[in-house]
Design a protein around this ligand. Sequence first.
Ligand code: NAP
Length: 267
Amino acid sequence: MNKRKIYVYSNETSVSIKTADLLRKKLEQSGFEVPNDYDEEAELIVCIGGDGAFLQAVHLFNFPHIPFIGINTGHLGFFQEINPEQLDEFIFNYKNNKYSLQPMTTVKGLMRMVDGSEVNLKGLNEIVIRNEDTHSIHLNISIGGSFIERFSGDGIIVSTAAGSTAYNYSLGGSIVDPRIKMLQITPIAPMNTTAYRCFTSSILLPGDLTIGIMPETGKERFVVAVDGESNRYSCIKSIEICVSNTLVNLLRFEGYDFWNKVKTKFL
Ligand code: NAP
């Protein structure tokens, strides 16, 4: 009979590498196969590091349907479920099916350029559209096909519930329970004067509405960042953003509670 496969991904810090080596040994002793390279037949991906490493793994493996479990050797570790001291407990609970899956919705975007080309975007935390330098940018924003506002300021971010505790939170956006399928538009330094009028708070939308973003001139230069990975663009004609059907699943063990996690990580 083929052995059950678990893939172990780790960032490059010495504590992560040490934890990964130890975990590989323990998993093999428990009867699992631990492939050296990413294997789509694995039933679980263990991600060792912080949230940054987790986001990297999600993108590197192209938003796999295989669930993740995070081991926190990073700074904050909001996505990460266990600590390096809990490896035996993790293996015991996993083998005995003492876990649940937390599905997290993702966000996708389609960027149409003035020259007719298209760029697809996909993120777990957020999509950021912002100025390349310190000049203000102007974006016409629609929701569900209806024009809502002409945004003026540094930019906007469109975050998922999972991303609500990340950049969104630093910008004054709301923390959202990941069980809610939604998107949140949060402004970055919005201008609200007699010259420029735009919303200064976040807007929360149900998951079935599409956000339309049209740069005013098609000549402005932007930075578009997805989960921290940024690229520079000029000549963007429009960007459509909505909830993606792709889910990212995290293993959670008994006692996990989203709001308790928020309390311990933020207060
Ligand atoms: P990074 O250094 O990898 O991450 C910045 C901080 O955000 C780290 O402490 C990270 O946790 C934490 N983080 C990431 N996702 C989170 C989530 N869903 N909930 C709570 N905290 C989260 O930065 P990066 O590579 O540039 O971008 C990765 C993510 O970081 C982005 O998607 C963005 O949301 C966030 N970010 C936040 C700010 C800000 O708050 N001003 C600025 C840039 C980026 P770990 O320490 O465990 O890695």
